[in-house]
Design a binder for this molecule. Structure first.
Ligand SMILES: Cc1cc2nc3c(=O)[nH]c(=O)nc-3n(C[C@H](O)[C@H](O)[C@H](O)COP(=O)(O)O)c2cc1C
Length: 364
């Protein structure tokens, strides 16, 4: 159910005219201009399917997928690249450092249904950087050019690159890297304002995104700490970006993309009853259980998800701690059901309380 359009007639859209209604990547029109960030072990197929059912997201993206493993048919990795039929359009994100492997992986991504191939140049994870992938690529502009050119030549769908402001404070070279991406045929770039060294800390500085926006002709997607409607507006206002990408905030509140999309379109915010938050979490638990081979694996995934999802809920901290200690999925299900049953009376259905997210968040 997509609520974006349903109340259009009853609201004034005129003063929102400055916000983009859609994002154009090559020949692909993405509407609304709100994108889901790729997040390892969070934005899996189950989450994305449930998010799509809510609406408000113009493009969903897989977790990062290792190019070398994808082209070698490693089953666990291939599963990470699977898309749900409801994800139209969807991006598959690939990472690696060998242009030929990235090109081959991009072809595989398109075979698997990717409408967009996204190249990861932002991942700070040790296992990725140690192999010169992810954000480490930003220190090697020549290799960036070779990878984008190879991927560009391999597929006809739009190609995007996701990067950070730079590798560290001393090399904030997003403008240089983004120009190379554009010159080699990328259709858009996503810029997260932090550097690798910032981790999830750092003082909010959207300047690097604005700088890339001024330097490029292709669209720029702004990312980092968009956690509510105000911070989405701030991203558009301060950078001139053509779309926003939402990560952790969408796990805490899967209605966030819809809240932002409605705001951009001049629509009233969606009404989210506690039962819908309950239904989402129970559906998520069911979906994860169905996809994981072991209960242990499913529990770990659900606990990670709940570290975000319970933020900002009244009593969320106590629920989170109980779920962390749960030994089986039946217990998790009972805890969630009981929590939302009691929350229904106490909770007004808001969902924008600003209890910090793991990693911290710089909110207005
Ligand atoms: C748990 C986690 C996993 C992530 N995995 C990826 C990933 O696979 N690929 C990627 O490009 N970025 C990844 N990121 C970075 C996010 O895509 C995003 O750039 C970052 O979280 C900032 O956006 P946010 O403040 O809206 O969360 C990850 C972030 C988190 C918190």
């Amino acid at each position: 159910m997509d609520e974006t359009a349903s109340t259009a007639a009853s609201y004034h859209a005129s003063h929102h005219a400055s916000y983009p209604a859609s994002l154009r990547l090559g020949a692909l029109e993405i509407a609304p201009a709100v994108l889901l960030a790729p997040m390892e072990s969070l934005t899996d197929l189950t989450f994305r399917r449930l998010l799509r059912a809510i609406g408000g997201v113009g493009l969903t993206c897989t977790e990062f997928v290792a190019s070398e493993a994808l082209i070698r048919d490693v089953p666990r990795v291939e599963e990470m690249a699977l898309l749900d039929p409801s994800e139209k359009p969807a991006a598959i994100q690939i990472y690696g450092k060998k242009p030929a492997s990235m090109a081959e992986a991009a072809r595989r991504a398109v075979d698997l249904g990717a409408a967009v191939v996204d190249i990861n140049m932002g991942c700070p994870a040790r296992k990725v950087v140690a192999h010169s992938g992810g954000v480490a690529l930003m220190r090697d502009p020549a290799l960036v050019g070779a990878i984008v050119a190879a991927v560009r030549a391999a597929v006809s769908v739009p190609v995007t690159v996701k990067m950070r402001a730079g590798f560290d404070a001393a090399s904030r070279n997003a403008v240089q890297i983004a120009r190379i991406c554009e010159d080699e045929g990328a259709d858009g770039v996503t810029v997260h304002w932090r550097t690798r060294v910032d981790g999830f800390a750092g003082t909010l500085d959207l300047g690097p995104i604005a700088d890339v926006r001024s330097a490029l002709r292709i669209p720029v997607i702004g990312n980092g700490d968009v956690c509510d409607v105000a911070s989405a507006r701030r991203m558009f206002d301060q950078t001139g970006c053509q779309a926003v990408m939402v990560g952790r905030g969408a796990i805490r509140d899967p209605f966030l993309p819809l809240r932002i999309a409605n705001d951009l379109a001049g629509l009233p915010p969606p009404v989210v009853e506690p039962e819908r938050r309950l239904a989402f979490l129970l559906d998520y638990v069911d979906g994860i259980q169905a996809r994981f081979r072991t209960e242990f694996g499913a529990l770990g995934r659900i606990k990670k998800f709940c570290a975000y999802y319970t933020r900002g809920l009244p009593g969320g901290k106590a629920l989170r701690e109980k779920i962390f200690h749960a030994q089986d999925l039946g217990v998790v299900r009972d805890l969630v059901a009981a929590f939302f049953e009691s929350a229904q009376n106490a909770w007004d259905g808001g969902g924008e309380a600003m209890e910090p997210l793991p990693g911290g968040v710089v909110c207005p």
